[in-house]
Design a protein around this ligand. Structure first.
Ligand code: ZN
Ligand code: FE
Length: 256
């Protein structure tokens, strides 16, 4: 059995720590800061065996060098981005074998937030960095709305019970925005109250599931008539293509 625990970093980053019962080795995803990871390893008596990276941003990669200074481990990351510490560059269709977890992960290219962003999928889990968030999606720093739309569609087509491990605790702010776009969505209203309760207790709102995201995340709901209608009235124009709806909702969120 694999356990996946969040290691908190900075204000709202999660570094995911994966470990299999009875094996002291562990895998971390997107270690932006080494200090909380080293602390978690010491506390739990674990040794780091693999690092997985989703994209080049410092809040996801900044701790890698210090972690490697304690002993070299393979560092998997996007082939399309220049991250000097990456030893195993990956692109869509590649697989990562993690014997310490008895797990194989597949790789998706998910450009949009950054140009070479990748996501890892396997064992019913998705590690998607800053592409798909609970209730939201990453900002488009290096990609077009069409690219991000396609990346999100790829992730949305995974099985509904896939657990979504994204890299930030943005859920409540995302869902409060989602209510503006999709105000009559009962599932969304219920999710907001659940997440409010979790956050009031300073608890992690992740993982969510692909099924939950498909029902409540406005960035996966461009084809929904109510989402389309609200996006159109915010933008003051008519849309014929779901990519236009997606782009308007992204612009709406960016406008604050
Ligand atoms: Zn990022
Ligand atoms: Fe980030």
């Amino acid at each position: 059995m694999i356990t996946v625990k969040p290691v908190r970093a900075f204000n709202d980053n999660y570094i995911w720590l994966l470990q299999r019962a009875g094996d002291p080795r562990c895998v971390v995803v997107d270690p932006g800061d080494a200090t909380p990871v080293l602390l978690a390893l010491a506390e739990q008596g674990l040794e780091l065996s693999t690092i997985l990276l989703t994209h080049h941003h410092g809040d996801h990669t900044g701790g890698v060098r210090e972690l490697l200074s304690h002993g070299p481990v393979p560092v998997y990351g996007p082939a399309g981005e220049s991250i000097p510490e990456v030893t195993q560059p990956l692109r869509e269709g590649d697989t990562v074998s993690l014997p310490e977890l008895d797990l194989e992960l597949g790789v998706f290219d998910v450009p949009g937030h950054t140009a070479g962003h990748i996501a890892y999928y396997g064992g019913g889990m998705l590690f998607c960095g800053d592409t798909l968030f609970a209730g939201g999606c990453g900002r488009l720093f290096e990609g077009t709305p069409a690219q991000m739309y396609q990346s999100l569609e790829k992730l949305a087509s995974l099985p509904e019970d896939t657990r979504v491990y994204c890299a930030h605790e943005y859920t409540l702010a995302n869902l409060r925005f989602a209510l503006k776009v999709d105000p009559d969505n009962r599932r969304l209203q219920d999710r907001v109250s659940e997440v409010e309760t979790l956050r009031a207790a300073d608890e992690c709102t992740l993982p969510s599931t692909i099924g939950e995201e498909r029902q409540t995340n406005p960035f996966l709901r461009s084809g929904d008539s109510s989402v389309k209608q609200h996006a159109e009235s915010w933008a003051g124009e008519r849309f014929t293509d779901p990519v236009e709806v997606f782009a308007a909702v992204r612009a709406w969120k960016d406008a604050g």
